[in-house]
Design a protein around this ligand. Sequence first.
Ligand SMILES: *Cc1c(COP(=O)(O)O)cnc(C)c1O
Length: 375
Amino acid sequence: MNFIPYGKQTISQEDIDSVINTLKSDFLTTGPKVKEFEDEFCKKIGVEYCVAVSNGTAALHLASLCLLKKNDKVLTTPNSFLATSNSIIYVGAKPIFVDICEDGNIDLDACEKMIKEDSSIKAIYAVHFSGKPVNQEKLKALKEKYKIKILEDCAHSIGASFNGTNAGSCENSDCSIFSFHPVKHMTTGEGGAITTNSKEIFEKLLSLRNHGMIKNSSMKPWEYEMQELGFNYRITDIACALGLSQLKKLDSFVTRRKELAKNYEKAFFNTKIKPLYPFDENSSYHLYVVRVDFESLNISKEELFLKMREKNIGLQYHYIPINKQPYYKQLGYGNEIIPMMDKYYDETLSLPLYPSLSNEEQVYIIKTIKEVLSE
Ligand SMILES: *Cc1c(COP(=O)(O)O)cnc(C)c1O
């Protein structure tokens, strides 16, 4: 058995042809493919505006520049990739790490308590962890009641929905961000996007993506004007050509991920391996996370990782609590009282999950982890 990673891209001949056609065209960057990709992405998600950028972290940075001011306090989750809270720090605002629920998502009831007590809390950065959307009705209630800003980090959740609300459609948020890193549902190599229903935010994002530079029809052809300090966070036409062809297969990718998730759930029924949450049709299953009560077993979480690696299976632990990272500790974080997150990190692991994972490979993973845990 070849090494099975926890996640990887699925590339077809169509994807390759799409990229080659763009390489042969007049534009390698900032040409027709970027706009075409943005338009198709809007249609897919059901949102007014999309700005595609160089990666998901750039998307978070630009969204934070639009939503936050210096010293704003922002509630966010310790159970995410570093970039979510880093982007809050990029703009001089202050992340506050809130505990999580049983399903790995930020605890929005705890958020409400904190907002009631502290009016300097200006925003919530929620991640739809593993592909399972946070409760949209709660987001809506928080937005209406407290007028706070909401960002949805949809890096795990393209194709997910909550009671008919698509993740990233910004029905109950100001902005959503996406990542097209190869390990996510669809890829552009490196790439990301911000979606919003606000024209004002959309226009600011366009300017910030390109050095804060503006050109319009009242200017002379060679003129441009810099109105604010922006960046070069542009995405290439080559990347968007790949994105357009991947987008066509997104539904089938999500369907296959759900199929594999169902297989895992069935295979682990009545064993010591518990799914993080019961199979959820609304989740787009970026990750398949299981809980194991290591205290009742003869093996530690570290030993399991290494033994599975010996058998050519790549596990991953999503995520090391962000507040425990050395950089964050040096800023004074790390002593938050978040018992659910601590327990979560002791007990959980992600199993391989990607569209091209074969049934045979999955059977091998299931058999091997059961064997290793019962040794
Ligand atoms: C992948 C990811 C990002 C960052 O995306 P990049 O494209 O790698 O910069 C942000 N948030 C979450 C939750 C992610 O999983």
